[in-house]
Design a protein around this ligand. Structure first.
Ligand SMILES: Nc1ncnc2c1ncn2[C@@H]1O[C@H](COP(=O)(O)OP(=O)(O)OP(=O)(O)O)[C@@H](O)[C@H]1O
Ligand SMILES: Nc1ncnc2c1ncn2[C@@H]1O[C@H](COP(=O)(O)OP(=O)(O)OP(=O)(O)O)[C@@H](O)[C@H]1O
Ligand SMILES: [Mg+2]
Ligand SMILES: [Mg+2]
Lengths: 254, 254
C-alpha cells in the first residue's frame, strides 16, 4: 500500500519543487516505486524533470475527464513516474467551486493508484487554495520544507492552522511526515538561528538531514534532471539521498 | 496624482516582499509620500516593517467594512505609510466570489487615496487569484521581480498572459513599470545566464539596477526594519536606493 505525501508550504520559494523532484528521484534510486504529481499550475516539477508538453495532466484527472493511469508518464529513471501539471490548473480553482465534493476530487482518483506505488509525492503551489486542499485531503501525511530565512518562520503558524482544519473537515488521518530545513548556508548566522527556532517548534518532527544551499541543485532543473543524475557527487545529491534514507527509516520500509 | 504600482509574480520567493518594503522605504527616504499595501495573506510586508497586530487591515477595506483612510498606519519613516495584511485574506478569495465586481473591489477604494501619495505600492501573494487580480486591476503599472534562477524564467510567460487578460477585461491602461533582477550572485554562471535571458525577453523594460544577493537584506525583516534603516551602507541598501532613483527617473518625478 503506497504512502501519499504532500510537499506543502504556502510560503513561496522554500524548496517545495526542489524537494519533490529530488526526494522522488532518491526514493526511485533506492528502488522504491515512486509517483510524483505536479499540482502547481507553474509546472516546475514537470519541467524540472524535462517534460515540456504538459498534456495529459493532473488537470484532466482532477475534473474527471480522464483515468489517472492514462495521465501517468515514465521518467528516465526506472522506478519514477510523473503526472504533469498544466496551465489550465489556474482556472481549476474557480471551475470546481460548485462541485459538491471539490476538496476530495484528487483523493477519489488517487485511491485507484495507491497499490501500484510505494510512495506518491504531490508538489503543491505556494497557496492554501483548492489545489493544496485537494492534495492535503488526498494525503496520508505532509512534508513541510522550511527555508532557513526569517520570513519562512512567519508562515508556519498559518500552515499548521490549515493542516488542522483539513484534519477536522476533510482528512482525519493526516499527519506531519516531517519538517525539512532547506537552503541552509553554514556561513550565515541567520541559517543557524532559524534552524534552532524550527527545532524548538517542531522537535523530533524535524529531519536530522538538512539540505544545504548548493548551486548545483539550482542548475539541475535547467537540464531537466534531478540532482542525482546531474551531479551525483554534489552536496545536494548527498543531502537528498540522506533524506530519502531517513524518510524510509521513519516509515520502516524494508 | 499618485502612481499605483503592483509588485507581482506568481513564482514564489522571488523578492516581491523584499522589493515592496525596500523600494517603498527608499522612495520615502527621497521624500516621496509613499503608501505600501500588503495584500498577501502571509503578511510579510507588514511584519517586515515591524507591525505585529494586523487589524485593521486591507481585508476590512476590501470587503467594504472600512474606509481606506481608517486602515492607514504610520511607519517609523516620515514619508512611509502602510495598510497591513490580515489572516482573514485567506478566506477573501472565496468570500468575494459572488460579488458582482469582485475584481474591482480594491480599485474602488484606492481611488480615494491616490491624491494623498506620490506612490502606492501593492505587495502581492505568489498566485494569480482574486487578490492579485484586484491589485492589477487597481494599478497603473506592475513591477515584476525576477529571481536570477532557472524556475523564475519559467513563469514569466504565464504572468504576461495574466497581465494581458487584466488589460483586456479589467484595466486597459495597465502597463509594465519594469522588470527587476533580484538575488543576483556575481559568483554564479546561472545568475548571468538568467539575467541575459530576461534582458533578451524584456529589453529596455529591465532596470539597469540589479539587486545583488546580500545577507543583510534577509536579516533586516527580523528586526522589523527596511534595509536602509538596518544597514545603510550595505550593498542591498545601495541597490534599492538606486532602484528608487531609476524608477523616479523613468516617471520623470522631479
Ligand atoms: N538546496 C538548494 N540550494 C540552492 N538553490 C536551491 C536549493 N533548493 C532550492 N533552490 C532554488 O531556490 C529556488 C526556489 O526553490 P523551489 O522553486 O524548489 O521552491 P518552491 O517552494 O517550489 O517555490 P514555489 O513557492 O514557487 O513553488 C529555485 O530557483 C531553486 O532552484
Ligand atoms: N537581495 C537579497 N539578498 C538576500 N536575500 C534576499 C534578497 N531578496 C530577498 N531575499 C530573501 O529571499 C527570501 C524570499 O524573498 P521574499 O520573501 O521577499 O520573496 P517573495 O516573492 O515576496 O515571496 P512570496 O512568494 O512567498 O511572497 C526571503 O527570505 C528574503 O529575505
Ligand atoms: Mg514549486
Ligand atoms: Mg512575499
Amino acid at each position: 500500500m503506497g504512502k501519499i505525501i504532500s510537499i506543502a508550504n504556502q510560503k513561496g520559494g522554500v524548496g517545495k519543487t526542489t524537494t519533490s523532484i529530488n526526494l522522488a528521484a532518491s526514493l526511485a534510486a533506492a528502488e522504491r516505486k515512486t509517483l510524483l504529481i505536479d499540482i502547481d499550475p507553474q509546472g516546475n516539477s514537470s519541467s524540472g524533470l524535462g517534460f515540456e508538453n504538459h498534456s495529459p495532466s493532473i488537470y484532466e484527472v482532477l475534473i474527471g475527464n480522464m483515468e489517472p493511469n492514462t495521465a501517468i508518464r515514465q521518467s528516465e529513471m526506472p522506478f519514477l513516474d510523473l503526472i504533469t501539471s498544466n496551465i489550465d490548473l489556474v482556472g481549476a480553482e474557480v471551475e470546481v467551486i460548485d462541485f459538491p465534493n471539490r476538496e476530495h476530487l484528487l483523493k477519489e482518483q488517487l485511491v485507484k493508484l495507491k497499490d501500484q506505488y510505494d510512495f506518491i509525492l504531490i508538489d503543491c503551489p505556494p497557496s492554501l487554495g483548492v489545489l493544496t486542499l485537494n492534495a492535503l485531503s488526498a494525503s496520508d501525511s505532509v512534508l513541510i520544507p522550511v527555508q532557513c530565512e526569517y520570513f519562512a518562520l512567519e508562515g508556519l503558524g498559518q500552515l499548521l492552522n490549515t493542516i488542522n482544519i483539513v484534519k477536522q473537515h476533510f482528512n482525519k488521518l493526516l499527519t506531519i511526515e516531517g519538517v525539512l530545513l532547506t537552503m541552509y548556508d553554514v556561513r550565515l548566522k541567520l541559517s543557524q538561528l532559524v534552524a534552532d527556532e524550527v527545532k524548538k517548534y517542531f522537535e523530533d518532527k524535524v529531519y536530522t538531514t538538512i539540505i544545504h544551499r548548493n548551486v548545483r541543485v539550482s542548475e539541475a532543473p535547467s537540464y531537466g534532471k534531478p540532482i542525482i543524475l546531474y551531479d551525483a557527487v554534489s552536496i545536494g545529491s548527498k543531502n537528498y539521498m540522506a533524506l530519502a534514507a531517513e524518510l524510509m527509516e521513519r516509515n520502516k520500509v524494508q
